[in-house]
Design a protein around this ligand. Structure first.
Ligand SMILES: [Zn+2]
Length: 458
């Protein structure tokens, strides 16, 4: 077998986000093939063979690539609508439009969502896709294909809904699947695409949408299916006070107790939002190692509330960051969520040290890898881990006068990405994608957004 080709990155600051938060003021990282071979202070070792590229990263901070843990790609073509609504009103306003999506729209929206994240330092993305209208084509295949083409590591959370208006749910009848249909299609998607290898670029999770759009049976059987297939489980939980009320009225208990009663707490589960959690809910998540995808911008946009992330971290709950769908976070960027997580959690806790810059960076990297079940492979810069990393430019007007690069990255403006690597392959250079044509994607997403608006017009 041919020796792996090496890429040497030198003269940069490094935040490894390893277990000890090891950092280097000036250091090097050596990539060999798909993996990180070595890193440390000063220049790279002399005499390395097969070096195909040497990057002088003076003025840069190198971090693990950002990991997004909650998103809905299809919403890229319904951004900027229902802008002054709470969650339930927003869902009711948008479901009739979402129910008209087709494969071409979903492919374009996935490309838009992925491109926006990748150029801002995301190396691992996820899509919780739960709208599968009849006759809409191969939506899961379109989404996975878009991620593969762009070279972004990816988890598809294969979603589903089977509780429509006629059963007391929120979505219209024509937007939902049957219980049996949803489970069969989810199993098929896992069997077709889920890769269990260390270097996996595509994984699949079982992901019924939310308590107010799914039956109790779909939750129960979804959990059984995921555990039989050995894949992770994802859903929305405790997002709003209205959801809490809904669960009490229908099930006679709060969302966390309802999830626990259906098999939905566990270290193979991560849940988006978790805003309305009392002490015993947080203790249940900590006890079962259930993960949380914290989505501060979306929670603010929909006035949902502020998740108790500092309390969750203190209790030992695994927490990552999520963009959430871009119909409730129009920016679609994860690097701005580092800053928003820090600021919003200080506001929520009314405590100036509630979250630090390094904790925010950890949420967006190692924390995300942990909730996606991939902390052994990605999320920190350590020898043997996969070469997913970002070179953030810190020597321009926006950041040059801030001495500490991690403070600059999190407290400062969104930093420019000079280079981003996934599996040792560079996918971004100077803020532009190398693996896709951003301008073509901008045009196709605009066209598909217009086509959807026309089809969905009453
Ligand atoms: Zn969501």
């Amino acid at each position: 077998m041919a020796a792996a080709q090496r890429i040497v990155i030198e003269n940069c600051s490094i935040a490894t986000v390893d277990a000890h938060d090891t950092e280097y003021d000036t250091g090097h990282v050596v990539l060999a093939g798909h993996r990180i071979e070595s890193l440390g202070a000063g220049r790279a070792p002399e005499g390395l063979e097969n070096v195909v590229r040497r990057i002088d990263a003076t003025g840069h901070l190198v971090t693990p690539g950002l990991v997004n843990t909650h998103h809905h790609f299809y919403q890229w073509i319904t951004r900027g609508l229902a802008t002054d609504h709470n969650l339930f009103d927003w869902l009711v306003a948008l479901y009739p439009t979402w129910a008209r999506i087709d494969e071409r729209m979903v492919r374009a929206a996935a490309q838009g969502s992925l491109a926006m994240m990748a150029r801002g330092g995301v190396t691992t993305a996820m899509d919780h896709h739960y709208v599968y209208p009849k006759g809409s084509g191969d939506l899961s295949g379109a989404i996975i294909g878009a991620a593969r083409d762009m070279g972004v590591r990816f988890t598809l959370a294969r979603g589903s809904m089977d509780r429509s208006e006629k059963d007391g749910g929120l979505p219209p009848d024509f937007a939902v699947e049957t219980l049996e249909g949803a489970l069969a299609a989810t199993e098929e998607t896992v069997k077709q695409y889920h890769d269990t290898s260390f270097e996996a670029m595509t994984q699949v999770a079982v992901a019924p949408c939310s308590p107010f759009s799914i039956s109790t049976e779909l939750l129960r059987q979804g959990a059984e299916l995921a555990r039989r297939l050995g894949v992770r489980m994802h859903t929305h939980g405790s997002e709003t006070v209205e959801e809490e009320k809904f669960c009490h009225e229908l099930f006679g208990m709060g969302p966390t107790d309802y999830f626990e009663s259906t098999g939905w707490l566990g270290e193979d589960v991560w849940m988006a939002h978790c805003v309305h959690m009392n002490d015993s809910d947080i203790a249940a998540f900590a006890r079962t190692r259930t993960g949380v995808a914290h989505c501060p911008s979306s929670n603010a946009r929909l006035a949902a509330g502020i998740a108790r992330v500092p309390d969750m971290l203190a209790a030992g709950v695994p927490v990552g960051l999520g963009v959430d769908g871009t119909a409730s976070n129009e920016s679609g960027e994860l690097h701005t969520e580092l800053r928003n997580a820090l600021l919003i959690n200080r506001l929520g806790a009314h405590r100036e040290s509630a979250l630090t810059a390094r904790q925010a960076l950890r949420l967006g990297t190692h924390g995300g890898a942990r909730v996606l079940g991939r902390a052994a492979e990605i999320g920190s810069l350590e020898p043997g881990k996969l070469a997913d990393l970002v070179l953030w430019r810190m020597d321009t007007l926006a950041h040059a006068s801030i001495a500490d690069p991690v403070t600059a990255l999190v407290f400062g403006a969104a930093a420019p990405v000079t280079a981003s690597f996934v599996n040792g392959r560079q996918i971004v250079e100077n803020g532009r994608l190398l693996t896709a044509d951003e301008d073509a994607i901008a045009r196709s997403t605009r066209d598909e957004a217009r086509r959807l608006a026309e089809i969905a017009a009453p």
